[in-house]
Design a protein around this ligand. Structure first.
Ligand SMILES: *Cc1c(COP(=O)(O)O)cnc(C)c1O
Length: 379
């Protein structure tokens, strides 16, 4: 029997490309190393010949990609001596912050919006012992308060304005390149604060950088490329960011004050990585677009029904947009597309059950009736 070393998280795996040293105490829950699943049935629905892969980030320890950034942010905070961290959150950041704080033995304070947080996420933050502070306001109000209070109280902010978050999150791009052997032609993501699309671009750029830092990619790395070896792939994808129509500041070209969408994880009107995201769009020759709540829920259902992959509504925004752009030809025929599925479907059971159309068949507990139920439903 052949043994493999135990996987111990993305910091260990990408040590030489992350801001840690031999003395760093690493706070990890084994995050990263998520599956890149090639879709079997959905591509043909577009009528085009395109390879679509989904990067299933819902399989991280707390069920979203936020863990990639949180392992790095909490590791850094703890090594600087922090005793408490704080974040504003639409849900997943709070679940992740709570878990990594518990792991580190420090306190997490999480500010969540009144009533607009999916049940699974709230359950996580509460179980993991965070101090949950519900505000009468939305994410953007929470973010403003967190920035203000961090100036006056001993807490470290672990939202994606913390640069260590993006450093951890860039590793998703490394994993994709290493599995495909190259960068995909297009990488599609849902966009809220735009931290994740920025982090992916940093990751792709670092992988494309040459040792002498003379490639185009280094314009984004600004000389910070820590990649040993360099010039490994030389290609970068076109980055495409999709927003929910009711919460689409990048489409409006300005901040949105009262964002609304069923995709609560991206119900953000004042994106924190605004400037970065425009830079990513320009450098990658990419674009932003928006999807309606109906399109988002349709894509979520399609993924579950046709592929067996269950993601939360916000995550499906990447596929909803990609399918439309593949059909229209904006995403070129014969190309490879990666869609990031940012969070797990179990995060938001209420939305899933509300839109499920398949009836639950109710019968007496007899063989005859079970048999009839089967015969009525086989093709
Ligand atoms: C945080 C989050 C997003 C948005 O990511 P940004 O970095 O804020 O753009 C999208 N989907 C899910 C499930 C999230 O938790």
């Amino acid at each position: 029997m052949a043994f493999r070393p135990r996987y111990t998280g993305l910091i260990e795996r990408y040590r030489d490309r992350l801001p840690v040293n031999d003395d760093t105490r690493i706070i990890s829950l084994g995050e990263g190393n998520t599956p890149l699943i090639k879709l079997n049935h959905i591509p043909e629905l577009t009528g085009k010949n395109v390879d679509i892969y989904v990067k299933y980030e819902g399989l991280n320890p707390t069920g979203s990609f936020k863990d990639r950034g949180m392992t790095m942010a909490v590791t850094q905070a703890v090594n600087e001596g922090a005793k408490a961290i704080i974040c504003a959150s639409t849900g997943n950041t709070s679940a992740s912050a709570a878990a990594y704080a518990a792991r580190a033995g420090i306190t997490a304070f999480v500010l969540i919006p009144d009533g607009k947080i999916a049940q699974g996420k709230l359950a996580q933050a509460m179980m993991e012992g965070a101090v949950v502070i519900q505000i009468k306001g939305n994410f953007d109000d929470g973010m403003r308060l967190v920035k203000e209070v961090a100036k006056e109280a001993p807490v470290t902010i672990v939202n994606s304005i913390n640069p260590y978050r993006l450093q951890g999150q860039k590793t998703a791009a490394f994993e994709i390149i290493e599995e495909l052997g190259r960068a995909p032609d297009y990488h599609c993501l849902p966009v809220g604060n735009a931290g994740n699309i920025t982090a992916h671009w940093i990751g792709y750029c670092e992988y494309a950088c040459s040792d002498d830092k003379t490639t185009e990619a280094c314009a984004f790395c600004e000389g910070n490329c820590r990649f040993a070896g360099g010039a490994l792939v030389g290609t970068r994808p076109t980055m495409v960011g999709y927003q929910a129509s009711g919460s689409a500041p990048f489409m409006r070209g300005e901040m949105v004050d009262n964002p609304e969408t069923v995709a609560t994880a991206i119900r953000i009107g004042h994106p924190q990585s605004w400037d970065y995201a425009w830079k990513v769009k320009a450098e990658s020759d990419g674009w932003f677009d928006e999807c309606s709540d109906e399109e988002i829920l349709h894509a979520q259902k399609l993924l579950a029904e046709k592929e067996g992959v269950f993601c939360e509504p916000a995550s499906a925004t990447s596929l909803a947009g990609a399918m439309r752009d593949i059909q229209s030809g904006k995403i070129r025929d014969n190309s490879s597309v990666v869609c990031t599925l940012t969070g797990h479907g179990l995060k938001d059971p209420d939305t899933a059950i509300q839109q499920s159309t398949g009836p639950v068949i109710k019968i007496e507990s007899t063989l005859e009736q079970v048999k009839k139920a089967i015969l009525d439903n086989v093709d």
